[in-house]
Design a protein around this ligand. Structure first.
Ligand code: NDP
Length: 491
């Protein structure tokens, strides 16, 4: 979807033909603050109803989302241009994560007893996970439902209210999510949406929310963190990636090539955990690249329903993709499939490059288009070293019949799939997030629930202590006895 800022309005358009889909007023900073205040009032009731009632409400919302899934799929497709199959996958994953968060919140966040230890044996110790209050969620355009549902579902399941600022390229999808929630759960206004551009996101950071969960580019993530620093608002940053696939000499090459092509080209390559680069063992490099080209060469980008690849969603993206291809070729890389001519905005046909120098833009920056770079390596050690040399550390994949998990554990990324690509994103119990320039904090899984809670430790004295070191009335003898005890037990 492309948008035009007519000062106070977002115009949502279909990127395939520029067709206007709707107009939405831009929220001012004052309106954002009012939305957060409204959410705060709702949050108090929502946190009070407890886990079981929240689960029931979230399950009701999920069933409504599924009943109206076709509507949502059409909307995602219209705003982003993505193919129907890509939009369907997004909705399927979204539903699974929503179900998981609702079903597991109580188990993960309920009060837990902790052993008091030797020194405080006369106390009981417990940990509570209280809701934070109001969570601000800032979302990207590339997966306008699947990505924000992570923080939204986990924050709601943990007992918080959410104010969601969708991307300027997906306002209708964001609004649709909040409207369906209000319809399914009429008694609780705990999911609100504010619309606008970067300034609206900035206003949300400064609105007094209790946490910001941001997903977007690394550059914007830094701005979000700086804005949140002013009020010490905690942030979770899910930023860009430059995911690598590592192909060992004993890999199932057919499966690796198929997955590489899908991981690199689906959603027109606009996937944070999409395949952007491949390091393949030299012993199998020739066969692997032949297979990748064979799989990719008949895939076509276009507006037709049967197209394999949709358009670039934003108007700037084709230019970035073209610049990366040109830079790679100018520095000595070769095109095995396509090339600069593959970019015919808003579409980009599949491009496969090889022998690209490691310091090229196509290997150091997010390309975010249907471009795959394949470089050969002499060993898996070299593959790991090159994969880890990148500033990003989001996801990765390893293809190897015998050494997959061992190679995976040497990668400096938040997630790895062995003998598949992107599988980690489909396992709701697994935390999702990155390291380095890809950000920090986790959505999904138990860690994703804890991100949206305030941990509180409570001790309760059960019996009076025989020795009291936590008082000015303690005696030197008390401290000597304790010192001896600690030496005996821990020495
Ligand atoms: P952007 O960084 O451009 O925008 C992300 C969100 O931040 C949008 O809602 C945007 O609003 C908003 N925003 C922009 N400026 C500010 C600001 N100063 N303060 C607060 N909010 C602001 O990312 P994209 O939408 O282009 O998304 C693509 C990026 O997201 C890629 O880098 C991709 O890798 C990453 N991503 C990461 C994922 C992960 O889980 N790690 C998952 C999916 C995507 P507006 O759109 O109106 O400008």
């Amino acid at each position: 979807m492309t948008t035009v800022d007519t000062a106070r309005e977002i115009i949502s358009r279909d990127p395939r033909d520029g067709r206007e889909l709707g107009r939405y007023p831009v929220h001012t900073a004052a309106e954002v603050t009012a939305a957060v205040e409204g959410a705060r009032a709702a949050a108090a009731r929502w946190s009070g109803i407890g886990f079981a009632a929240r689960r029931k409400h979230l399950d009701t919302w999920r069933r409504l989302l599924l009943r109206r899934a076709d509507e949502l799929i059409e909307l995602i497709s219209a705003e982003t241009g993505k193919t129907r199959a890509d939009a369907q996958l997004e909705v399927i994953l979204m539903v699974d994560h929503l179900r998981w968060a609702a079903a597991h919140a109580e188990k993960v966040l309920r009060r837990r007893r902790v052993g008091p230890g030797l020194l405080m044996f006369n106390h009981s110790a417990t940990v509570d996970h209280h809701p934070l209050g109001v969570v601000g969620v800032i979302g990207p355009w590339n997966y306008p439902v699947f990505i924000p549902i992570g923080p939204i579902a986990h924050a709601l399941a943990a007992g918080n209210a959410v104010v969601f600022k969708p991307s300027e390229y997906a306002p209708a999808t964001g609004r649709w999510l909040a409207d369906t929630f209000a319809e399914a759960v009429p008694g609780h206004r705990v999911l609100d949406v504010v619309l606008g551009f970067g300034e609206t996101g900035g206003a949300l950071c400064r609105s007094g929310v209790d946490k910001i969960a941001f997903t977007g580019s690394t550059a914007t993530g830094k701005r979000v963190m700086a804005a949140c620093a002013e009020s010490l608002t905690p942030v979770l940053l899910e930023c860009g990636g430059k995911d690598a696939v590592i192909v060992d000499h004993d890999a199932d090459l057919e499966a690796a090539a198929d997955a590489t092509v899908w991981g690199g080209l689906s959603n027109a390559g606009q996937t944070c955990v999409g395949v952007e680069r491949v390091y393949v063992h030299q012993a199998v490099a020739e066969r692997f690249t032949e297979l990748v080209v064979a799989h990719a060469k008949d895939l076509r980008a276009g507006a037709a329903r049967e197209s394999d690849i949709g358009p670039m969603t934003t108007p700037e993206q084709p230019g970035i993709v073209a610049a990366h291809i040109q830079d790679a070729l100018a520095r000595g890389g070769s095109a095995l499939l396509g090339g600069p001519h593959s970019v015919r905005a808003p579409y980009v046909d599949p491009v496969v490059l090889t022998d690209v120098p490691e310091d090229s833009d196509a290997l150091t920056q997010e390309t975010f288009g249907p471009v795959i770079v394949i470089n050969r390596v002499a060993s898996m050690g070299e593959a790991v070293e090159k994969a880890n040399a990148c500033a990003y550390g989001l996801g990765a994949a390893v293809y190897s019949r015998t050494r997959g998990p061992a190679i995976a554990r040497r990668l400096r990324t938040g997630m790895v799939s062995v003998n598949s690509v992107l599988a980690f994103a489909g396992v709701p119990g697994l935390p999702f997030g990155g390291t380095g320039a890809s950000g920090f904090g986790r959505v999904h899984g138990p860690e994703g629930l804890r991100e949206f809670s305030r941990t509180q430790s409570v001790t309760r004295q059960r019996i009076r202590p025989l020795l009291q070191p936590l008082s000015f009335r303690r005696t030197p003898r008390t401290m000597d006895i304790l010192m001896r005890l600690v030496r005996t037990v821990y020495g």
